[in-house]
Design a protein around this ligand. Structure first.
Ligand SMILES: [Zn+2]
Length: 95
């Protein structure tokens, strides 16, 4: 888990402009690695919060799990909404 917690957006937002701003914040703060995940899984939410927007995922909601290999720790996983992930990957591609 990250050391500091960004304030969640009001809810999972469909406002892409807000989400893009959030993605940049999250990347800048190092909450999510600035690269493509080593593995990507789909699954059902277990009540964690989305690593991008910070909204708590509803139980049973479909989420993506991003897995990153981290030298010091083995691996780290992040749960994100599919929509948040699409904004994140756009942002990673754009630089
Ligand atoms: Zn989200």
């Amino acid at each position: 888990m990250a050391d500091t917690v960004l304030r969640p957006l009001r809810a999972e937002t469909n406002n892409d402009r807000l989400l893009r701003a959030r993605v940049r914040e999250v990347l800048q703060a190092g909450h999510v690695p600035r690269r493509a995940p080593d593995k990507l899984f789909g699954g059902f939410a277990a009540g964690d919060s989305c690593a991008v927007c910070g909204a708590v995922t509803a139980s049973g909601e479909v989420v993506l799990e991003l897995e990153f290999n981290v030298d010091s720790e083995g691996r780290r996983t992040y749960q994100v909404h599919p929509h948040c992930f699409s904004i994140l990957s756009h942002e990673l591609q754009d630089g």
